[in-house]
Design a protein around this ligand. Structure first.
Ligand code: SAM
Length: 238
């Protein structure tokens, strides 16, 4: 490899409110040669809001080795790339990590990979949860089938605060299954108690935070079809 390898900037973007972006992130997005994004339409909205003109390359979970190879070649040609995801911090429950891994395995210590930190739904939810967050376990999305029971048991058994991502399609199912497990635990141990915080649409117009008894939270969400829309983070603490 001759010449300088470009820098890969891993840039956090808003999780809803477009104003939640750092000055440094905007500077990088203005100066980089290309932005690598999951969905060019989603990132396009952010870029046009800030009047940033930068060529976009789509790089998502289905990107094949050829695409990754193309992006790595850009880096070897000295191009500086800004990697973003649809929302929040790349690699946190989204595909950004694949490219970071591929860059390290291709260039080793020769490549500079810089974090441009900013929003992430897991941290935003914890910050308003009101439960201990000095230590926590982030479990991402629950598996749909295989390993689901183990996943739920891990949450219930965790001594430290657990955080889970869930989609609008599965939030009720997830809370119902969690509720069932909590009931079983309470039968075994009458002192068993957990705190549940369901954060919906953080930083957005319809932001709602449900706290307290899981039965009540479930009832509230089930009774209001609007409450079933959007994106969710669930925090579970002892
Ligand atoms: N990389 C992102 C981050 O740093 O948070 C997460 C990407 S993951 C594909 C998307 C999930 O994050 C959603 O299904 C939801 O669970 C959570 N999420 C993202 N934005 C959110 C928001 N504004 N409010 C609540 N949850 C959100």
């Amino acid at each position: 490899m001759d010449g300088k390898i470009g820098t890969l900037y891993v840039v956090a973007t808003p999780i809803g409110n477009l104003e939640d972006i750092t000055l440094r992130a905007l500077k990088i997005l203005k100066r980089a040669d290309f932005v690598l994004c999951e969905d060019t339409r989603v990132t396009g909205k952010l870029l046009s809001h800030y009047e940033i003109k930068i060529p976009a390359i789509s790089c998502h979970q289905h990107s094949d080795l050829k695409k990754i190879g193309y992006i790595l070649n850009l880096l070897s040609q000295g191009k500086n790339l800004a990697l973003v995801s649809d929302a929040g911090t790349p690699a946190i429950s989204d595909p950004g990590g694949k490219l970071v891994e591929a860059s390290i395995s291709r260039f080793g210590s020769l490549i500079k990979i810089e974090a441009i930190p900013g929003p992430s739904a897991v941290i935003a939810a914890l910050s308003i949860s009101g439960v201990p967050a000095d230590k926590f376990i982030f479990l991402g999305f629950p598996p749909h089938k295989k390993g689901r029971q183990k996943f739920l048991s891990k949450i219930i058994g965790s001594e430290i605060t657990a955080v889970v991502y869930e989609s609008k399609h599965r939030i009720i199912k997830f809370l119902e299954e969690l509720n069932l497990l909590i009931k079983l635990k309470k039968q075994e141990d009458k002192n068993f108690a957990v705190k549940i915080i369901v954060c919906r649409e953080l930083t957005k117009m319809h932001e709602t935070v449900y706290r307290g008894d899981i039965e009540n939270i479930l009832k509230e969400i089930k009774e209001n079809s609007n409450a079933q829309k959007g994106e969710f983070v669930v925090v579970i603490a002892k």
